[in-house]
Design a protein around this ligand. Structure first.
Ligand code: 6R9
Length: 655
């Protein structure tokens, strides 16, 4: 990694915003001054941009760390802030969602229409017995109903748990169980890569007969949107078509005020163990930082911009920068179903051209795959409407950054590289596009009101020019409030390491350059980042050993030109299985198996069948050595292995 870091730190190109951009930008340098002078006062000002049914009088309560409360005596309704407020301000005719489905079907949904739909759906949810605090699982494609579902759940004070549509029935079931969801909102199917990808069957499978499983079924109903028009099975007393109940429901629904700390959603993310963590976010602080960051980092001008964040709502980026941030700001955004390359490799550029997109927020993995296809594709579309570009999900290498700026941004649009996590809820480190002189490859500076540092293992600041661990040193409004049902794991995972200092440990390595700008260096734990999605090695290993042929498995993230990291698995096959079945085609079979167990994104790029795994004397698998093999490097120091010969055997087997 050190040669990679040196390469990064030799990057000397700098890009200042144009005078015109700076003059019209929402955020200016005074934000930093204001926040530095009075951090809590600064966040209170940002919170007051929202509508509070009951104004708050306290800002931060940090009397019981790491359990924070923000604006705790204030009351608001998140959906009211994203909908009714804009209609009441006379902006009901503004388009909230410009939606385009994969087959090319389109729908424009105004703020008035979205408000109406959410009110009806809220009434349906109430009829189905959903009350404040109840959990609702959402397993939907990227259609307007997905956004409406999140907002309706929020409107009645319930808690949503969105499960990415690419996740398997098993993944869905474990998330439903962990949260104890009472209702699942899904669709028959959604369009993906030229065909309908079914969703309802996975819900049926997840909820199939649990006799003997020891698990009590919590789901009472399944609300189904008709989208794919694929055939689905029906359980009469459980399943309900959306179109049979939502349009018929009353359009009258008054948004009730809930305390700022009312739970808003749970979103599951991979950690270092096999079991995904349910990250809990609450209302007032989350919405404050979501709206603020969308306003100043994405420079959203609601009257004129067409904003587009390409993330799926199954990820935190889709929660904060598709659902909540832009709608709280009354922005017009593009929403799309499908993938970047169907029906043709220029689909995204065509969408930007056809919808006049001005602000575009996507992930480095997408940019790198476009680079691979070549500049001719984007250059055959008119991208001149773009005025600001954003990046999120993983480090963006300077080559990709420069390509993004030149080819997509016409060497004119500023790029904001935004570092944050499911846990942080909203952007934490980023340039402000009208203020900061940007550096390719660096996320640069904490936002106004955010305090971070890079420290050594003992928590001492490493200072400019050095590398270490990224920490957040002060609580922030959109911080996670816990791990659902597991307060001990919350403390242990994020707060134990620097308990004496009270720092939040992000799990990322970082380096400060001589100017004090932050360069992110990737995860320091067993979490991989594949195409900007977090996967844990343990989660995939546990799926692999669930296969009848696998005795042991070790998974590593190996660097990959397109996806950032790729999943590489080393497996030991049971000899009985081997004798009976042989190993022909077993690698593919295991790739398919993992795809089924977790979801296609977790499918290993390579599966190596080996005789042994490198272990320390205490039995810990040394993934570092396997990563050397997977990346085709000379194998590093093996002296702590129980059997030092094992690596040469593995290297030979892999070749
Ligand atoms: C928003 C999101 C979080 C992890 C995080 C880090 C990596 C995200 C990054 C970045 C470098 C950036 N990450 N943004 N690394 N530069 N701009 O992606 O959340 O899915 O929870 O992933 O992603 O490693 O710790 P999440």
């Amino acid at each position: 990694m050190s040669s990679q870091i040196d390469h990064l730190l030799n990057e000397t190109r700098r890009f200042a915003p144009s005078a015109e951009f700076a003059a019209n930008a929402v955020g200016d340098a005074s934000l930093y001054e204001r926040a530095a002078a009075d951090r809590e006062g600064f966040w209170a000002d940002q919170a007051r941009e929202l509508h509070w049914h009951t104004p708050f009088t306290t800002v931060l309560d940090w009397s019981n760390p790491p359990f924070a409360e923000w604006f705790a005596d204030g009351e608001l309704n998140v959906a009211y802030n994203c909908l009714d407020r804009h209609v009441e301000a006379g902006n009901g005719d503004r388009i909230a969602l410009r939606w385009e489905g994969e087959p090319g079907d389109r729908r424009d949904v105004t703020y008035a229409e979205l408000t109406d739909e959410v009110k009806r759906l809220s009434n349906v949810l109430i009829d189905l017995g959903i009350e404040r605090g109840d959990r609702v699982a959402i397993y939907l494609p990227m259609i307007p109903e997905a956004i409406a579902s999140m907002l309706a759940v929020a409107r009645i004070g319930a808690v949503h748990s969105v499960v990415f549509g690419g996740f398997s029935a098993d993944s869905l079931r474990s998330r439903i169980d962990d949260a104890g969801a009472k209702l699942v909102i899904t669709a028959d199917g959604g369009w993906r890569k030229g065909k309908v990808s079914p969703l309802k069957p996975a819900v049926d499978q997840a909820l199939a007969d649990r006799n003997g499983s020891g698990i009590q079924e919590t789901v009472e109903h399944v609300l189904v949107v008709r989208r794919g028009k694929n055939d689905v099975e029906w359980t009469d007393d459980r399943d309900i078509w959306w179109h049979d109940v939502v349009p018929q429901a009353s359009g009258e629904h008054e948004a009730e005020a809930f305390p700022a700390e009312n739970p808003l959603f749970i979103l599951y993310t991979s950690g270092t163990t096999g079991k995904p963590k349910g990250i809990l976010h609450t209302s007032g602080g989350y919405l404050t930082q979501a709206a603020f960051t969308n306003r100043v980092v994405h420079d959203v001008h609601p009257e004129t911009d067409v904003y587009w964040c390409t993330a799926d709502i199954g990820w935190i980026t889709g929660h904060t920068y598709v659902a909540y941030g832009p709608l709280a700001n009354g922005a017009t955004q593009l929403l799309f179903e499908g993938t970047p390359d169907t029906p043709h490799p220029g689909r995204w550029w065509e969408l930007i051209q056809n919808h006049g997109v001005t602000v575009f927020y996507t992930a480095p993995t997408a940019i790198r795959s476009f680079m691979k296809i070549g500049r001719d594709v984007p250059q055959s579309f008119d991208l001149s409407s773009l005025r600001l570009l954003g990046s999120v999900g993983e480090p963006i290498n300077p080559e990709a950054w420069i390509w993004y700026r030149d080819i997509i941004g016409a060497d004119r649009a500023p790029i904001v590289d935004t570092w944050w996590q499911t846990e942080t809820g909203a952007i934490m480190i980023s340039a402000l596009p009208g203020v900061t002189e940007t550096k390719p490859g660096s996320a640069q500076v904490p936002l106004p009101g955010i305090s971070i540092d890079v420290v050594d293992d003992a928590g001492a600041p490493v200072g400019h020019g050095n590398g270490g661990l990224l920490v957040i040193t002060e609580p922030w409004p959109s911080m996670l409030r816990g791990i659902w049902g597991d307060p001990d794991r919350f403390v242990e995972t994020y707060w134990q390491k620097f308990a004496d200092k009270g720092y939040y440990f992000a799990g990322d390595g970082a380096r400060l350059d001589d100017d004090g700008d932050v360069w992110l260096l990737g995860r320091v734990d067993d979490v991989m980042n594949v195409s900007g999605h977090r996967l844990s090695t343990a989660e995939i290993e546990s799926a692999l050993v669930g296969h009848e042929g696998v005795a042991e498995a070790a998974v590593v993230g190996a660097s990959d030109e397109t996806t950032g990291q790729a999943v590489v698995a080393f497996v030991i096959i049971k000899s009985r299985y081997m004798k009976k079945n042989g190993v022909d085609g077993l690698g593919d079979e295991l790739r398919r198996w993992v795809g089924e167990q977790i979801g296609p994104i977790a499918r290993p790029r390579d599966v190596y069948i080996v005789g042994e795994l490198p272990k320390t004397r205490s039995g810990k698998i040394m993934r570092r050595l396997l990563r050397d093999v997977a990346e085709g490097r000379e194998v590093g120091d093996t002296t702590t292995l129980a059997d030092t010969a094992v690596m040469s055997v593995i290297s030979a087997q892999v070749k």
